[in-house]
Ligand binder design. Structure first.
Ligand SMILES: Nc1ncnc2c1ncn2[C@@H]1O[C@H](COP(=O)(O)OP(=O)(O)OP(=O)(O)O)[C@@H](O)[C@H]1O
Ligand SMILES: Cc1ncc(C[n+]2csc(CCOP(=O)(O)O)c2C)c(N)n1
Ligand SMILES: [Mg+2]
Ligand SMILES: [Mg+2]
Ligand SMILES: [Mg+2]
Length: 319
């Protein structure tokens, strides 16, 4: 039998957790004092927070500690990137039952580290408390490095709407896990460890993106926030969505199991948690390489798909 966090206690757990986090040049003072001190070349700090709650965002039978670490970091680092900023540091709150294995928290820390490394960030501090519900609450900080933040309210009629990153794979992965399927592996991996294109956030900002966000709840729903904040309409074309043979295969597997929507586009339009970046660019700017044009900004309100109001929505926690 391995040890549990109840065996080693709060300060044992803090020592164990913090020993796993590397120091980076962004973090001037890391874990061990009352607060961290994080470098921001810019004088402004981008800050964002998102929680992962067992049962709501992950299940321990479907995701290991390392997966949850990757996902907790990714969903926050993606929000920093979506402002056009470079992630610098994470603060990690862990609420956990005392019988949680230390092997699980070690794996969580390793997953946090590995995902942070992909974005150039590091864990700079956090908190641990006892709780019946396993919860990971992450705050991410970022540096705009002199750039203007890319908000949700800057889309203008005539702009091009584009995405970078996968769409629908995470939702398909979750549906596959629910249906007891063991592949396509890329979809299961997308649910367990989303791969946001971090570097594309600052790049899109430099290239003049007028609005940007990461797709957490579903493309249509999230672009609805851009439309509302900007006072415009977003017109999407399903034919322009990036082709994804892996998603096509997942939908075939799900259809055989009698599970899930029939068309890949439905996963791409309504599936959350891929943390792709969606942005609007002035038509004359052109798109950065690696981005796919999926629609245009027009006068009006709301999001349309192929000229009509979409039927299926995205994720909402409270119905
Ligand atoms: N409890 C809260 N107190 C203050 N602000 C909040 C609270 N919850 C959300 N917000 C703010 O509301 C805005 C929208 O939050 P939301 O969580 O939907 O965005 P997101 O983090 O990009 O998406 P997601 O959580 O789906 O990844 C953000 O600016 C967020 O900081
Ligand atoms: C076990 C389990 N059940 C359901 C889901 C699906 N899910 C949960 S939250 C969310 C949207 C983003 O959340 P937030 O807005 O909190 O960032 C989605 C698509 C999951 N991942 N795991
Ligand atoms: Mg949030
Ligand atoms: Mg977001
Ligand atoms: Mg959400």
């Amino acid at each position: 039998m391995g040890s549990t966090i109840g065996d080693i206690g709060e300060f044992g757990l803090i020592a164990r957790v913090t020993a796993r986090f590397p120091q980076t040049e962004n973090v001037i003072i890391g874990p061990g004092d009352d607060a961290a001190v994080v470098r921001a070349a810019d004088g402004r700090v981008v800050a964002t927070t998102d929680l992962l709650v067992e049962g709501q965002h992950f299940r321990r039978e479907w995701s290991g500690g390392r997966d949850v670490g990757h996902k907790a970091a990714a969903q926050n680092l993606a929000d920093v990137a979506a402002m056009g900023a470079r992630p610098t540091a994470l603060l990690v709150g862990l609420a956990a039952p005392p019988d949680l294995a230390t092997a699980w928290t070690d794996a969580l820390s390793d997953g946090l580290n590995a995902e942070c490394a992909l974005a150039g960030a590091a864990v700079a501090g956090g908190d641990v408390v006892r709780s019946g519900t396993l919860t990971i609450a992450v705050t991410a900080l970022g540096d705009l490095e002199g750039r203007a933040p890319v908000r949700r309210d800057g889309a203008r009629p005539g702009d091009v709407v584009a995405v970078c990153g996968t769409l629908g794979r995470s939702a398909a992965g979750l549906a596959l896990l629910r249906a007891g399927a063991d592949g396509p592996a890329e979809c299961l991996a997308a649910h367990r460890r989303p791969r946001p294109p971090y570097a594309e956030g600052p790049r899109a900002a430099e290239l003049g993106a007028t609005a940007m966000l990461d797709v957490s709840d579903g493309l249509v729903q999230d672009l609805g926030h851009v439309a509302a904040a900007s006072g415009v309409s977003v017109a999407l074309r399903t034919g322009a969505l990036p082709a994804d043979p892996v998603l096509d295969e997942a939908v075939r597997v799900l259809a055989e199991l009698g599970a899930g929507p029939a068309r890949p586009a439905e996963y791409m339009l309504a599936g959350g948690e891929d943390h792709a970046l969606a942005a609007t660019f002035p038509a004359e700017t052109g798109l950065p390489t690696g981005w796919t044009e999926i629609g245009v900004v027009t006068e009006g309100d709301g999001v349309t798909v192929d000229g009509a109001a979409p039927v299926r929505g995205g994720w909402s926690h409270f119905g």
